[in-house]
Design a protein around this ligand. Structure first.
Ligand SMILES: Cc1cc2nc3c(=O)[nH]c(=O)nc-3n(C[C@H](O)[C@H](O)[C@H](O)COP(=O)(O)OP(=O)(O)OC[C@H]3O[C@@H](n4cnc5c(N)ncnc54)[C@H](O)[C@@H]3O)c2cc1C
Length: 389
């Protein structure tokens, strides 16, 4: 049997383990620094309520990816869900993505309508990819940065209300002009008409089981040698050799899911990430948010970005007299969000170029791509396993 090493036991590492193990041709070692698999997607409990680190629902436009996960982790449809954004200056919550029908309720609607007339010209013939990237058309493609992209799309006023401060705190920058990779930003569309559901053109789902995705992580790694609470002591990636628990091990294939600078000893410099702190709190009410609203964004100068009500996602303990919420603060803790800056993406590419045949780097940190969500982790794992057939 050939030997494979998987570095990191988050969604990407578990999916890759599953797909390789399924072929029966690989002896697989998985190294995970935490004492558990699944990273932020793992379900824990507080106050009797299950929760993950942030929302972590499953979104995809790929039926095959959906059916793969559903086979091993039964899912319920949650396409009814909506997001709201709080706009302090209006003392109001509005839908996000920004909804055309909400503009009539805004005190500054006249100026917004005027700005939108110009924006409509710029937006003509623009189409967005499922993950939000601009596919074709319009002046938008020529925008140099996130600010220009949004101002051209929806005008200065909507940009300043909904997008400006949110992105500054999310990416910890003083000026959104430094964000020069922004295709992910519209979350499907800059200005929405029709249904208020956040993802009316994608499959949205959440595990039915009270313990969320946990059983999938166990099942996916059933036939794998798992080293929990372990980090690799020494990497020799060109020779596909590492030292684990003082033992030198050589592999035929390495699938990395952590930041590539770590496994290549930072030769091209450190890849920066934004981290996140999460605070949990229980409220003495059965339900806190309006029906179908799963989470709230805060687009102003509040230090937090998002509040999630877990019952909405999990549908567990609906009659329990309390509800569990989390509040998220951008921070330096954890490699959660690769920066959407072309210079850093180019730095990451240098690391990928240094990887020899048989070494793959997948997952959000492993690809150094903020656009990588749960469905992308599965698809990348599938792609690698296909290549290794
Ligand atoms: C707050 C938040 C909310 C999100 N919500 C959603 C959502 O609703 N829907 C969605 O589709 N996506 C969501 N995402 C994105 C999605 O969850 C991630 O893209 C995906 O889970 C990433 O999986 P991964 O395996 O690539 O990385 P990770 O989950 O980061 O896993 C990497 C693993 O490697 C381990 N590790 C790190 N360093 C080392 C080391 N040196 N040695 C050994 N092990 C190491 C880590 O402990 C971790 O277990 C969210 C992300 C965040 C941060």
């Amino acid at each position: 049997m050939k030997k494979a090493l998987i570095i990191g036991g988050g969604f990407a590492g578990c999916s890759a383990s599953h797909m390789l193990a399924d072929s029966g041709r690989w002896c697989i070692d998985l190294v995970e620094e935490n004492s558990f698999l699944g990273a932020g997607v793992r379900t824990f409990w507080k106050g009797g309520h299950p929760f993950t680190f942030g929302p972590r629902h499953f979104l995809t436009q790929n039926e095959d990816t959906y059916h793969y996960l559903k086979k091993y982790c039964p899912l319920r449809d949650c396409s009814e869900h909506q997001f709201l954004t709080y706009i302090e200056q209006d003392a109001a919550f509005y839908s996000f993505p920004i909804h055309k029908d909400d503009i009539a309720k805004m005190p500054d609607r006249d100026i917004i309508y005027r700005e939108l007339e110009n924006a409509e010209l710029a937006n003509k013939n623009v189409s967005f990819s499922p993950s939000g990237g601009v596919v074709s058309g319009g002046e938008l493609l020529n925008a140099d940065n996130l600010e220009e992209f949004w101002e051209t799309s929806v005008g200065k006023t909507l940009y300043s209300k909904f997008v400006e401060n949110y992105n500054k705190k999310m990416w910890q920058v003083d000026d959104n002009k430094v964000i020069d990779n922004f295709g992910w930003s519209p979350k499907g569309i800059t200005l929405k008409e029709g249904p208020r559901e956040s993802w009316d053109d994608a499959i949205s789902a959440y595990p039915i089981a009270a313990d969320g995705y946990n059983q999938y992580f166990d099942l996916a790694t059933e036939n794998v040698n798992i080293f929990l609470g372990t980090t690799i002591e020494k990497y020799d990636i060109p020779n596909k050799t590492v030292v684990i628990n003082s033992e030198k091990k050589k592999y035929d294939v390495i699938i990395n899911t952590i930041s590539p600078d770590i496994i290549l000893e930072g030769v091209h410099g450190e890849l920066p990430f934004i981290g996140r702190d999460l605070e949990l709190f229980v409220l003495p009410v059965k339900e806190a948010f309006p029906e179908n609203v799963y989470f709230l964004y805060y687009a102003g100068k509040e230090k937090y970005t998002r509040i999630v009500e877990y019952k909405k996602l999990t549908r567990q303990n609906l009659d329990h007299p309390t509800t569990l919420l989390s509040i998220e603060y951008p921070s330096e803790n954890g490699k959660h969000y690769p920066l959407p800056l072309k210079a850093e993406i180019a730095k990451a590419k240098k690391y990928f170029d240094d990887m020899p045949d048989g070494v793959f780097s997948i997952g959000r940190a492993g690809s150094y791509d903020y656009g990588v969500d749960i469905d992308d982790c599965i698809e990348q794992a599938l792609e690698v396993s296909e290549q290794l057939k």
